[in-house]
Write a protein that binds this ligand. Structure first.
Ligand code: NZQ
Ligand code: ZN
Length: 394
């Protein structure tokens, strides 16, 4: 196993009514004037805005709103938040929403402590995060794991490229996870969130170095299995509290401290890199892009790296319960199961059905690999990415 550092400083308040911890937690982390960051208004309809602001008012904590953060958050929304925070002399950021809101809040937290443009602080930028404002989250949608990790994804303005911002200072100080808050998430986003979490687990599972990481692999398989079990229950009944709770906790666990990729040889998250380009070009929902890419990616990877057939076979047996004896056959059946799972979640069948134009595939492959090889267990440059987009097309 490779060396690794493991660090997750976020306090989680999980369950019904945990919003009652909000005000004390804000004060515990030094918040005396809060900027409330949220999205397009769903929290005003489902009562979460009132629940949050009532807690702040009861504790005499003043707050200002930073609303309108869009999905696949554009940097303009981040800049707006930085301005509001500074103009109102806030000292704490509370993100109330899904991954887009929390990610934007993370970039704001870094941006308010930096004198240049916030884009400098992205992973590929020229700046450095030396400080960040304290931030916390009230999660309203499960999937990304942003509530328990130190990363965020922000859409740049020129080519709409998605950039990563990442630093230990960007872990939320605390996250309030009330599964009942996710009852109102529309089916499409609930299912996309389930697949996003499942895909995070696969990105951490199909990675070179997995030969030696038994704990990571086996815990990961268990979390994947819980998603395969609970996602269809949500589809049947969006107000199934325990299914919501399991999906929420599985999503958080998937990326908590990047625990399931720890000790492996590292990865550039190939399915995410390819999916992000679909979001950039078509503003497509993140989890849907992954469902479109994953089966073709896995099929291609198994062909190119047959030495990892054992890993694909373990996945098929331990996540989907495939019971054949022959490893090669089982490995392929596991990939078929992933495809079936995407259809169970009502994801589009292929890129064509999702509205992608065939003549854009080359551009997508070019952009997905513009910073180099994105492979996790086999080389993944432009030609390989193009082959995967083609297989995913129809
Ligand atoms: O805009 P609002 O009103 O918040 O509505 C949202 C949005 O329309 C709605 N929604 C959220 N909670 C709701 C609700 N509607 C009704 N009731 C509720 N309780 O759902 C829609 C989607 O929300 P969004 O935050 O965009 O979804 P998600 O959580 O999937 O976040 C996606 C973003 O996260 C990034 C993605 O790239 C994408 O930009 N990711 C962040 C990661 C991270 N920080 O570690 C990792 C992921 O791989 C991912 O890349
Ligand atoms: Zn994701």
């Amino acid at each position: 196993m490779e060396n690794f550092n493991f660090y997750v400083p976020t306090t989680v308040h999980f369950g019904k009514g945990q919003i009652e911890n909000l005000a004390a937690s804000v004060k515990q982390f030094g918040g005396s004037k809060v900027m409330l960051a949220y999205g397009g208004g769903s929290i005003k309809k489902n009562g979460i805005y009132d629940a949050v602001t009532n807690e702040l008012k009861k504790a005499d904590i003043p707050f200002v709103n930073c609303d309108g953060i869009k999905p696949n958050p554009p940097v303009a929304d981040v800049r707006k938040g930085i301005k509001i925070y500074r103009e109102n002399a806030c000292d704490f950021i509370l993100a109330v929403g899904g991954g887009s809101t929390i990610d934007a809040a993370k970039a704001m937290a870094a941006g308010v402590c930096y004198h240049g443009d916030v884009m400098d602080l992205m992973a590929d930028g020229k700046g450095e995060i030396k400080e960040a404002a304290p931030l916390a989250s009230v999660l309203t949608m499960a999937g990304t794991g942003s509530e328990l990790d130190m990363g965020g994804v922000i859409t740049g303005e020129k080519t709409h490229k998605k950039h990563t911002i990442m630093h230990p200072f960007l872990y939320p100080k605390f996250s309030i996870l009330d599964p009942a808050y996710t009852f109102s998430v529309p089916e499409k986003h609930s299912m996309a969130g389930c697949f996003d979490a499942f895909d995070h687990l696969m990105e951490c599972y199909f990675v070179a170095g997995s030969e030696t990481t038994d704990v990571q692999n086996m815990m990961n398989e268990g979390v994947m299995r819980s998603i395969v079990k609970n996602a269809p229950l949500l589809l049947e009944n969006p107000e199934n509290y325990d299914a919501r709770a399991n999906i929420m906790w599985a999503s958080s666990m998937a990326l908590a401290g990047f625990q399931f990729i720890a000790g492996k040889k590292g990865s550039n998250w190939p399915m995410h890199a390819m999916g992000h380009e679909l979001s950039s070009l078509y503003d497509m929902t993140h989890g849907i892009t992954l469902a479109l890419i994953a089966p073709a990616y896995l099929e291609f990877t198994l062909e190119k790296a047959p030495e990892y057939t054992w890993l694909f076979a373990n996945f098929a047996r331990n996540v989907f319960g495939v019971s054949e004896a022959n490893n090669e056959l089982v490995a392929k059946k596991g990939i078929e199961k992933v495809k079936e799972f995407t259809l169970t979640l009502k994801m589009p069948k292929n890129l064509k059905e999702a509205g992608v134009e065939k003549d854009k595939l080359e551009y997508l492959a070019e952009k997905a690999t513009e910073w180099g090889n994105i492979g996790a267990i086999c080389k993944m440059e432009k030609a390989e990415a193009l082959e995967i987009y083609r297989r995913a097309f129809e």
